[in-house]
Design a protein around this ligand. Structure first.
Ligand SMILES: [Zn+2]
Length: 392
């Protein structure tokens, strides 16, 4: 292995450790990364010189005998990343520092066509950059409700009505920084592992329900992307033979029953008016039998879609996110019953099932996590470029 590359890899490990534990001393960083103290000291000196790490006198821990430990952190002056969610009705933006701490949020109304959507994105991004000037923008991560291939090409976005859009090229024309584009549910799952309930969980399945139903699979500590980058389309697992028409062109998909618009429409047809799943959750909380029955049906259908995945992948957790998280507690008994029937007891019995704590921030925070990954990759490939851009 090339020694310059190893040095860069060590720099990335140190940055990642400082994101997990800001204010660590060099000794603590050595313990966190498994690197020896001399290496930590040398790499820290390089990162300090590049403006990516700063030393401050007071360590967070108790004072030790002799010289007080110096606390290290990623300074705000090192720059910022943007995490972005594109949706038909809204462009949501989150700015975070290179430690992953949120600095500011903004939003723009969405738009129908790709060109108008890119203009909305540009307006939101320019406003946020101006607000946080002179912090340099280092990287951008974007979550989109679409099939996105490994090259960042949008293949199909049923809820946006887009097909075959060179999204990476469009977005590259807006930002001077590198951009990572990902399916919104995959971005949300990445956020769940970086900032949510799945820190340290290597194997989990994430199901998000909002305008559609999406999914993502973490296997062995990595997002499973599949051959073309399209894995995780749990919303289009068929749960009802010859059932309702779905936006994908198929019939009987989970999404046709469990997306927010589908659930709201079913409730309306059964005489219950709810503007969204937040209101449905309030009705369920109040014991409304019609709502409770529909959420039990939804739990059974979700269990039908997920049981084969539980058998095939042996996840240790199932996480429900998006607006579906609001009603997950009332889906659980039927979901568990369906899993008990359709999956092996040894795999389904120990499974933890939970609602995501990230709320509407999940996708933009996934964008932040993607942007930080992109930045780490760049640090590994081109440290000189990062160092030159360090500091405002
Ligand atoms: Zn479908």
């Amino acid at each position: 292995m090339n020694s310059a590359w190893v040095r860069r890899l060590n720099a990335v490990r140190l940055m990642q450790a400082l994101r997990r534990r800001p204010g660590s001393s060099q000794r603590e960083l050595a313990a966190l990364t498994g690197l020896d103290k001399a290496t930590v000291s040398a790499v820290t000196a390089q990162l300090v010189q590049a403006g990516l790490v700063e030393r401050s006198a007071a360590a967070t821990g108790a004072p030790r005998l002799g010289r007080p430990a110096v606390a290290l952190r990623i300074p705000q002056s090192a720059g910022m990343v943007f995490g972005i969610r594109l949706e038909p009705d809204r462009v949501a933006l989150v700015a975070a520092d290179l430690g992953g701490m949120v600095l500011a949020r903004d939003a723009e109304p969405g738009a129908a066509g790709p060109e108008a959507m890119m203009q909305a994105l540009r307006r939101g991004a320019e406003r946020l950059e101006a607000r946080l000037a002179p912090l340099p923008l280092r990287a951008v991560g974007i979550g989109v409700p679409a099939l996105i291939d490994r090259a960042g090409r949008l293949i199909f976005a049923p809820n946006l009505g887009w097909r075959d859009v060179p999204l990476a090229a469009h977005v590259a024309a807006i930002f001077a920084a590198p951009v990572a584009i990902e399916n919104d549910s995959k971005a949300a799952a990445i956020a769940e592992r970086a900032f949510g309930s799945c820190a340290g969980v290597d194997d989990f399945i994430y199901v998000s329900g909002h305008s559609g139903v999406g999914g993502a699979i973490f296997a062995g500590g990595a997002l499973y992307r599949g051959g073309d980058g399209l894995a995780g389309e749990i919303g289009h697992v068929k749960v009802m033979q010859g059932g309702r028409a779905c936006a994908c062109g198929g019939r009987g998909c989970l999404e046709a029953y469990a997306s927010e618009p589908a659930l709201v429409a079913t409730l309306a047809a059964r005489g219950r008016a709810a503007a969204g799943l937040g209101e449905a959750a309030a009705l369920a909380q109040a014991g409304d039998a019609v709502v409770l029955e529909l959420l039990a049906e939804t739990g059974r259908l979700a269990g039908r879609a997920l049981a084969p995945l539980v058998n095939a992948l042996n996840p240790s957790r199932l996480v429900f996110g998006g607006s579906l998280a609001a009603v997950t507690p009332w889906m659980l008994p039927a979901l568990r019953a369906e899993l008990a029937e359709a999956a092996l007891e040894e795999l389904a019995g120990a499974l933890l099932i939970a609602a995501s704590p990230l709320g509407t921030d999940a996708v933009p925070m996934g964008g932040v996590a993607l942007a930080l990954q992109r930045l780490d990759a760049e640090l590994l490939e081109a440290p000189a470029r990062i160092a030159r851009r360090a500091g405002p």
